[in-house]
Design a protein around this ligand. Structure first.
Ligand code: FES
Ligand code: FES
Length: 154
């Protein structure tokens, strides 16, 4: 089946099997390797992408379901190869250690940090869908809140 979608601002058209997962198509066929393979059953959040502006776990979505959608992965948030303000904030706040979970947090974090208003509780709740075994989460929450302040200045 042929699907068309926009990925990180670029129109893509690709033949997929009806059973192919969106995560597999993005990572293995379109080469977007920041998208990580974790549980592959919707639990860890490492494969999170933005689809039509909302964070979704791409390992539980079929590629055909994404036909006509607009998708962002971590690769789509940097500009000219430079880290985004949120990515810089993760570094400043030590929001990562091994880094394996980081792509999932960055995607949800960009979604949160770019909202007009967010509360700490909302950030904590939204980030609870992604699992980190290193940082203890506080630094990640701090990184998102700090980036939110920066995006508000832009
Ligand atoms: S890899 Fe998709 S939620 Fe874990
Ligand atoms: S930084 Fe290691 S799992 Fe999150």
């Amino acid at each position: 089946m042929k699907v068309r979608f926009k990925v990180n601002g670029v129109e893509r058209e690709i033949e997929v099997e009806p059973y192919e997962l969106l995560a597999d198509v993005l990572r293995e066929r379109l080469g977007l390797k920041a998208l990580k393979k974790g549980c592959w059953r919707g639990e860890c959040g490492l494969c999170t992408i933005l689809m039509d502006g909302e964070p979704v776990k791409s390992c539980i979505i079929l590629a055909v379901e994404a036909d006509g959608s607009e998708i962002y992965t971590v690769e789509g948030f940097s500009e000219d190869g430079r880290p985004s303000p949120l990515q810089e904030s993760f570094i400043r706040n030590a929001g990562l250690q091994c880094g394996f979970c980081t792509p999932g947090f960055i995607v949800v974090g960009e979604y949160l940090a770019r909202k007009p208003r967010i509360s700490k509780e909302e950030v904590k709740y939204a980030l609870s869908g992604t699992i980190c075994r290193c940082t203890g989460y506080k630094q990640i929450v701090d990184a998102v809140l700090e980036a939110h302040q920066e995006y508000r200045k832009e």
